[in-house]
Design a protein around this ligand. Structure first.
Ligand code: KE4
Length: 435
């Protein structure tokens, strides 16, 4: 498969855009080669600038759950757009969107729309800090909550429980208020909470992690966090930017039946347009301006075009339960096929899946946290990725990401995904044996 135009466009892009991309993971750094420049997409398929066609298993990192250019969503956006794109004033549509989110996720009593998942998580922890009058937060290694300064923090050395920046430009002053702990490790959380008594405002996590690859929390871990937060007056925040309206209509909190105090949302609620949201208990959300002292604002928050795309997507999912059932069924068929491939080839790689999120980890170690995820052979993954790409399967360009399936994927697409995955595993193992 040749990608001459993509290569030329990438060289041009690098002259004007840092790294040639508007979000780092798109640059294919961890898998090598150059990114594919997409010209258009329809249903489950992407079409690049060189005329190549791919089955899309990223779906814009989650949002395109109905598939690309889904006609009712297009129509809703068109109808909204002929009445102008933005007013900077309240609209009826924002009430409909807020009501629908509160109806589908009952733990959300009030919700504020923003423009990205990052804005949602940044705002949620600010609200939690304002509500509790405490400064520190706990996050987990391997969980990604967007690029807010408080989240770009790694665990401090053993002695120090406070965090150290993992990005240039994040100050030690900011990082010291973030504790980064091992995922799925309740004892570590209990120790940290005891060492920082009455100082922890919030614990935030992806209940099913997508950002270290797909790693589900254990129910016991979530149950323990819930009890600890209730007992200590800590705000439990589920970052459901990826899992919201994907794992189930009520998100991971419905799937696990564990109720957080706050939830952050994004991706699917925008239907592909820039939307994020944060919400939760009324007593917390009433701390937010203009009625409370926690300031947060946004020129394009609740934008009518984005609301049209997001509301139409959510309404379709809510009114047609078979859509999400089909998405999960198709994803499970892919999962069964990949696991059968591993068995046929006598490979013990780890395949983690929850509904329509999954990751094939190139390690024989069960993956339950970042340490075990990092035992994966990223070189093998890179070869696996490139073989898939050259054979028309568009996977996430990193071992530490999840795949996302859309409703538009067909049985033929599923067959091809499984077949190419098998061939890729054979190829990389022939290469491995030869070396
Ligand atoms: P955005 O600011 O990218 O809209 O959302 C940040 C965010 C927050 N919380 C979770 C659980 C997320 O997965 C994300 C963003 N996810 C990445 C995928 N690893 C988006 C892709 C990218 O960064 O380009």
């Amino acid at each position: 498969m040749q990608r001459k135009y993509s290569q030329e466009l990438f060289e041009e892009a690098k002259k004007y855009i840092p790294g040639g991309v508007n979000s780092p993971v798109r640059a294919f750094k961890s898998v090598g080669g150059n990114p594919v420049f997409i010209k258009r997409a329809k249903g489950a398929h992407l079409f690049d600038e060189d005329g190549n066609i791919y089955i899309d298993l990223i779906n814009s990192w989650g949002p395109m759950i109905l598939g690309h250019a889904y006609p009712p969503v297009i129509e809703a956006v068109y109808q909204a757009s002929i009445n102008s794109f933005s007013y900077g004033a309240p609209t009826r549509m924002e009430i409909e969107m807020a009501k629908l989110i509160c109806e589908l996720v009952p733990s959300i009593e009030k919700v504020r729309m923003v423009n990205s998942g990052t804005e949602a998580t940044m705002s949620a922890i600010r609200a939690a800090r304002g509500y509790t009058q405490r400064n520190k937060i706990i996050k987990f290694a391997g969980c990604y909550h967007g690029h807010g300064d408080s989240f770009l923090v790694d665990a401090g050395s053993g002695a120090l429980t406070f965090g150290i920046p993992n990005s240039a430009g994040v100050t030690k002053g900011t990082a010291k208020d973030t504790l980064s702990l091992p995922f799925n490790n309740l004892d570590a959380v209990k120790r940290a909470v005891n060492e920082n008594k009455n100082e922890i405002a919030a614990i935030i996590l992806e209940p099913i992690v997508g950002n270290m690859g797909c790693v589900p929390a254990s129910k016991q871990f979530l149950q323990g966090l819930r009890e600890l937060c209730t007992q200590e007056g800590i705000v439990l925040i589920f970052d459901e930017v990826m899992t919201g309206f994907r794992i189930s209509l009520g998100g991971a909190q419905e799937y696990y039946d564990i109720i957080p105090d706050m939830t952050t949302l994004g991706k699917i609620i925008g239907g592909g347009l820039p939307v994020g949201a944060y919400g939760g208990k009324k007593e917390i959300m009433d701390c937010v301006a203009p009625i409370g002292k926690v300031y947060q604002a946004g020129t394009l928050s609740g934008n009518p075009i984005a609301m049209a795309a997001g509301y139409t997507t959510l309404r379709l999912l809510a009114d047609n339960p078979h859509l999400l059932e089909q998405v999960n069924k198709k994803a499970l068929a892919i999962g069964e096929g990949i696991k059968s491939n591993l068995q046929k080839l006598g490979l013990n790689y780890q395949f983690n899946q929850v509904g329509s999120m999954f990751t094939l980890f190139f390690t024989n170690t069960p993956v339950t946290d970042l340490t075990t995820a990092m035992t994966s052979d990223t070189q093998l993954f890179a070869q696996y990725f490139q073989y898939n790409l050259d054979n028309g399967i568009y996977l996430a360009p990193s071992q530490f990401e999840a795949m996302f399936v859309s409703y538009a994927i067909s049985d033929e697409d599923i067959e091809k995904i499984i077949k190419v995955s098998y061939e890729a595993l054979v190829k990389i193992h022939e290469t491995k044996k030869a070396n």
